[in-house]
Design a protein around this ligand. Structure first.
Ligand code: AMP
Length: 449
């Protein structure tokens, strides 16, 4: 199937062509006809599935008819980076349409936004806080809104934005089309969907499984040896752009600095940076100025960096969903990518949760020649376990601390595939000694289905 079947307005179809999209992704195939028919849509899709175009194309198509110069479509996103990214996609796909789209978020001056709103735009991509400011100041007129998109609704919930969303909804016309996209469906999002969607069509892809093109591996290691092991991994791996996740902002910053000191073109992206510096880090990562970007979940959520070859979980995420989101950054659009996760003994419970979610066992690997026996320094050292940053999700059960070291807490698991299969880009890495398949854990493919 190709895009012609949708009968998009020729100027929108031209945008699809210039973006280089030949075949619609599954979410686009499912969602575009329903959105074009004017239905409310509940879209269950993670980032990387092509969901932005799934709502952007029908919106652009719709806006080709009717009056211009006022806000007719509003897309609400949890983070500034995601808002920028959506706006870029809308502008790219709508290049021939002369429709105007702008972003509205905090951390940058309000006046340029007011100016643009005054001059007249048809599409606004906004983060909730600044949007509410504009609403309360009367600097945005949403009375002629036709389409509302809430993107990454579960993330907005995680970040505590649902009350803001409900406040925003009070200022929108009742008569409108509403599209709600979420990777997961916690109760609060289900309730929100029930409240705001009218006879929605539900479209779902992937069941939040990660892209099949990603191969996953775990690297058991003591907490204090994570940075040296990461350096060793990077040294031995043929990588393109690498996205590294840490649990806290502080760790992202520090690890970024450590990698830079070690000679890598690395930078970090964390919530406490000014908007300009966040954007510079992101742009630099996209254009190759930086090969490595270290980020926290919130800072990196929804970021589309199509060329990421490796995702490294320096710290294991707090939930299996977050794991899926993180590794969704690699293996996009049928490219292959690798996901490495450094795990300590304390991560055993989360490892099992992730494996359950993926319905696969992850291969354990060690790095040949790496000295795993170096003892942990004093507790107060910089290698001490990080404090968890406040998180809105329910905490997962934590494993009891056990002695750390390679394989501690995970040695029971078997490899998902024999060593050497998949993408053996890592020279010197071999399956972890505790990898032999057991009756309890028969061999299964690591690739998510
Ligand atoms: P998204 O899930 O919207 O963040 O999109 C993920 C990536 O897939 C982006 O880089 C898009 O430009 C790309 N993409 C979206 N739709 C298609 C398509 N039909 N064909 C190829 N690439 C696509």
């Amino acid at each position: 199937m190709d895009f012609q079947k949708f009968n998009l307005h020729p100027q929108v179809a031209a945008g699809v062509k210039s973006a280089g999209y030949a075949t619609p992704t599954p979410i686009q195939e499912q969602a575009i006809p329903s959105v074009m028919a004017g239905c409310d849509v509940m879209g269950l899709a993670q980032t990387g599935t092509g969901k932005t175009a799934a709502f952007a194309l029908p919106i652009l198509h719709r806006l080709m008819q009717g009056e211009r110069g006022h806000v007719r479509a509003l897309i609400v996103a949890p983070t500034r980076e995601l808002a920028e990214q959506i706006n870029e996609s809308v502008n790219q796909l709508g290049r021939q349409t002369r429709l105007k789209s702008i972003t509205v978020y905090g951390g940058v001056g309000v006046n340029p936004q007011i100016e643009k709103l005054k001059r007249g735009v048809e599409i606004v991509v906004a983060c909730p806080g600044r949007l509410l400011d504009h609403i309360s100041q009367g600097t945005i007129n949403l009375s002629k809104l036709e389409v509302l998109v809430l993107d990454e609704a579960d993330q907005m919930f995680d970040m505590g934005f649902l009350p803001d969303i409900r406040r925003i909804l009070k200022h929108l016309p009742q008569e409108r089309q509403t599209l709600l996209f979420s990777a997961t469906m916690p109760d609060d999002i289900r309730r929100l969907a029930n409240d705001i969607l009218t006879r929605p069509v539900t479209v779902q892809v992937g069941n939040t499984a990660p892209p099949v093109t990603v191969s996953h591996a775990l690297y058991p290691v003591g907490q204090h040896l994570k940075t040296p092991l990461l350096l060793e991994l990077l040294h031995h791996t043929d990588t393109g752009s690498v996205l590294v996740f840490t649990r806290t902002k502080h760790r992202a910053k520090r690890l970024g600095e450590q990698l830079e000191k070690a000679g890598y073109k690395a930078t970090s992206l964390q919530g406490s940076l000014s908007q300009n510096r966040r954007q510079a880090a992101l742009d630099g990562f996209r254009d190759g100025t930086y090969q490595i970007l270290v980020a926290t979940d919130i800072a990196a959520r929804g970021i589309d960096v199509s060329q990421v070859s490796h995702v490294v979980n320096y710290d294991i995420p707090d939930t299996a969903e977050a794991y899926v989101h993180r590794i969704g950054r690699t293996g996009r659009a049928a490219k292959s990518g690798d996901a490495f996760t450094l795990v300590t003994s304390e991560d055993a419970v989360m490892v099992r949760t992730i494996e359950k979610k993926l319905n696969a066992q992850l291969e354990r690997r060690t790095v040949e020649g790496f000295d795993y026996s170096i003892p942990a320094p004093h507790k107060d050292s910089e290698f001490a376990r990080p404090p968890r940053e406040p998180h809105h999700r329910k905490p997962q059960a934590a494993g009891k601390p056990k002695p750390s070291g390679p394989g501690a807490g995970v040695a029971h698991s078997g490899p998902a595939k024999p060593a050497g299969q998949g993408k053996p880009q890592l020279h010197g890495a071999k399956p972890h000694p505790g990898n032999a398949p057991t009756a309890r854990h028969p061999q299964r493919s690591p690739r998510a289905r």
